[in-house]
Design a protein around this ligand. Structure first.
Ligand code: FVH
Length: 292
């Protein structure tokens, strides 16, 4: 049944929901859609989608129903108003949220007889339907396996595990990476602009650094998983001296020094705890604690 004749439903037709429904239509799936503001279904109906007149009708139409709303409170509001018709449905919630919300929603839906998968979209709407759109899933393996061929119409789908919170956890971990890298680049750009250097001149150099650092990750991950951090490349106390230059330079140039100050403060705490002779990933011990 999991070929392109599998009927699917998409609930929530914002920018992302429209992209998801479009990808299903392009792959040939009979696609039913529902949105709180009905006009957002019009373009999809022109492309061949069927607009359901109620959430209950939409839920009954698809062998899997994708939910893509603003946030989890919106998902709860919508599902709670339809809880009597959830039994036997398969829900894939691609709404962004945190892992606790995912686990709570999974329990709630399963208590009402639904099969519930949680997911996270690591892509922009324009990438949906291409291999560049990475979509993460967590929940019961058999629920994922039953629909993975259908879901492949959306992009590169992967299964993380039975814990419904995993997709959201990976999502926020990925977002931390994205915004940390961007903030580091913006900080460097602000420093260089004081010397008249354009953002465009720094960008290729910054790209090379980001790519180079990325190659360190597998080796550093091995150290973290072993819990042993021999200073094979550089000791943390050596790194901390370079961090001091970064802080001093930022202050002297009159640019925002909060990011370098945070980087140095965390390294200083690890050094004070006796880790100065170890390698950078020993900082995981600081990141694993609650913040100050
Ligand atoms: N857009 C993106 O690039 C990102 C990429 C990563 C993942 N996100 C997440 O996807 C969710 C939806 O995002 P979106 O961009 O489609 O968001 P909007 O265009 O604002 O559409 C929101 C839809 O939610 C409907 N909605 C809101 N509240 C309710 C409610 N109480 N009951 C029913 N539907 C509701 C809203 O309906 P309407 O305003 O059109 O009537 C839209 O269909 C989101 O979690 C992102 O973080 C996208």
């Amino acid at each position: 049944m999991n070929d392109n004749s599998t009927p699917v439903t998409v609930i929530g037709l914002g920018l992302m929901g429209q992209a998801l429904a479009t990808a299903f239509l392009r792959a040939g799936h009979p696609t039913t859609v529902w949105n709180r503001t009905p006009a957002k279904a019009d373009r999809l109906v022109e492309q061949g989608a069927r607009a359901a007149s109620s959430v209950a009708e939409a839920l009954a139409a698809g062998s899997i129903t994708i939910l893509c709303l603003t946030d989890y409170p919106a998902v709860h509001e919508l599902l709670a108003a339809n809880e009597t018709v959830l039994s036997g449905t398969t829900l894939l919630n691609l709404t962004s949220g945190d892992s606790a919300q995912a686990r709570t929603t999974a329990r709630w839906a399963e208590q009402r007889g639904a099969h519930y998968l949680d997911g996270a979209i690591m892509a922009i709407p324009q990438a949906i339907g291409t291999a560049d759109a990475v979509i993460l899933h967590s929940g019961d393996r058999s629920d994922f396996d039953a629909h993975s061929a259908t879901l492949a119409a959306l992009g590169t789908v992967s299964y993380l595990g039975a814990d419904h919170g995993l997709a959201s956890l990976y999502d926020v971990a990925g977002l931390t990476m994205v915004w940390s890298v961007l903030n580091a680049w913006l900080h460097g750009t602000a420093m260089l602009r004081t010397a008249g250097v354009d953002a465009a001149a720094f960008a290729p150099f910054a790209q090379q650094i980001a790519t180079g650092v990325a190659t360190w990750l597998p080796g550093y991950a091995e150290q973290i998983d072993r819990g042993s951090y021999p200073a094979e490349v550089s000791a943390l106390e050596t790194d901390a001296r370079a961090m001091a230059h970064m802080v001093q330079e930022s202050r002297a140039l009159g640019v925002n020094a909060e990011l370098p100050e945070l980087i140095k403060a965390m390294a200083d705490r690890a050094i004070a705890a006796g880790h100065g002779g170890e390698q950078y990933p020993v900082l995981i011990e600081e990141f694993a604690k609650p913040g100050h």
